[in-house]
Design a protein around this ligand. Structure first.
Ligand code: NIG
Ligand code: FE
Length: 400
């Protein structure tokens, strides 16, 4: 038989860039799957034979829509505890930066995560991942960064590895040792950076636990110079880099990421034109995180028009984390990208499919419905793909 599975009676939003409309719509489509990859996609009328002659497993989609499996390309899903108390404090007027400077924020999650067992972390993260999977998310990025010592960073990356293997999802494991300065290194940021460069990162890479390297480049995080040291080591190890950049102030972090052929620069509310140009030239993806923007009640919008003008691909992610974005809905982020950042529904949906794949360097593997790509098919009870951005607090995912 030509296909292991053949889907008929479906409408496809392929999200391929060569589509006539922004969604790459094929009405009355058919999709042939072989060896877990799409081997044929097009109008059903053009199938090379009668469905029953092409596959033993013909599935009737009942007129539903299919999109590429969604991709959450920036998450901190593995941690213990929560930060609801800080949420209350911020509502009383204390800022995120003030909480961080007082030793709360990221460091309070570090404390809880250091104390948790690997199994406790696994169980907590599993529930979160499953919630996102119910919305059609099939590919995840998962960061470490709540350990800030080798044992706890390893524990987090092992959980990411186990989730990948146990759930059959695609995962990029990102080392975020430069997330905050651990209490053992107060006043010695350079020494901590040296420890990352000379010990923690090479050790965890040697253990095959790291797929990419990230950092928090900010006045309450690490300087550009410190991040560059880490990027040099990452590059020497052959690991791609990305950066939390320009979230609260402009540190020219996106430019640094671009200089190291970064996969992405993330947040980027304070990014300027020079940074946008550098990203465009390097092919670095802009990852927009409307959940953190909303939850921190930020005012400064990312430079969407400049990103459009210089054709920088824009991805959207949950940034799920206990401090600034405790959301478990990528669909809600689609709506927020439209309402808060004024993205069009086409741009937003590309942001969790084609462009999110790019943000992970997975553009040849997933993110669009095209022959040769993974058969990550998400089925939806909707009347048009724009509906995925329109509803909020709803989940129109159909049973696959
Ligand atoms: O992406 N900004 C740094 N990292 C996270 C926040 C992590 C936390 O507060 O726990 C972010 O917003
Ligand atoms: Fe983040």
């Amino acid at each position: 038989m030509m296909f292991d599975t053949l889907w008929i009676n479906i409408h496809a939003a392929t999200m391929a860039s060569n589509g006539a409309d922004g969604f790459g719509i094929i009405k009355n489509a058919a999709i042939g799957v072989k060896d877990k990859k799409i081997s044929w996609i097009g109008p059903a009328a053009e199938l090379p034979g009668k469905p029953g002659t092409l596959s033993d497993d013909v599935r009737d989609g009942g007129g539903k829509w299919v999109t590429p499996g969604l991709i959450d390309c920036h998450t901190h899903l593995i941690y213990a505890g929560d930060r609801a108390v800080e949420f209350e404090q911020r509502l009383q007027g204390v800022s995120y930066a003030e909480i961080a400077k007082a030793g709360g924020g990221i460091l309070s999650t570090v404390k809880a995560t250091r104390e948790a067992t690997e199994q406790q972390l696994y169980d907590a993260a599993l529930a979160r991942v499953k919630a996102l999977m119910r919305e059609g998310v099939m590919t995840f990025e998962m960061k470490s960064g709540y350990g800030l010592d080798t044992d706890t960073e390893r524990k987090m990356l092992r959980v990411a590895t186990r989730l990948r293997d146990d759930l059959g999802i695609r995962v990029q494991r990102t080392f975020l040792g430069a997330h905050a300065l651990p209490s053992e290194y107060v006043g010695e940021a350079d020494a901590y950076v040296d420890f990352i460069c000379n010990s923690m990162l090479p050790v965890l890479d040697e253990e095959k636990l790291v797929d990419a390297v990230d950092g928090f480049c900010e006045n309450i995080g690490f300087t550009r110079r410190q991040m560059e040291k880490i990027f040099k080591v990452a590059s020497a190890l052959g690991l791609p880099v990305k950066l939390h950049a320009e979230q609260l102030s402009n540190q020219q972090g996106a430019e640094l990421a671009a200089q190291y052929n970064g996969l992405s620069a993330d947040h980027i509310e304070f990014l300027d034109e020079a940074g946008v140009k550098a990203m465009a030239a390097a092919g670095t993806t802009a990852v927009l995180l409307p959940g953190a923007f909303y939850f921190l009640r930020e005012k400064q919008l990312p430079p969407i028009d400049l990103l459009r003008q210089y054709k920088v691909p824009m991805a959207i992610a949950t940034d799920h984390n206990p401090g600034t974005s405790p959301t478990l809905s990528l669909l809600l982020m689609l709506n927020m990208a439209c309402t808060l950042f004024r993205l069009t529904p086409e741009e937003a949906l590309a942001g969790v499919t084609r462009h999110a794949a790019r943000a992970l360097g997975f553009q040849d593997i997933c993110g669009t419905l095209e022959s040769g790509k993974a058969a990550d098919l998400a089925l939806w009870d909707i009347t048009h793909p724009r509906d995925l951005c329109y509803y909020f607090g709803a989940n129109p995912k159909a049973q696959g």
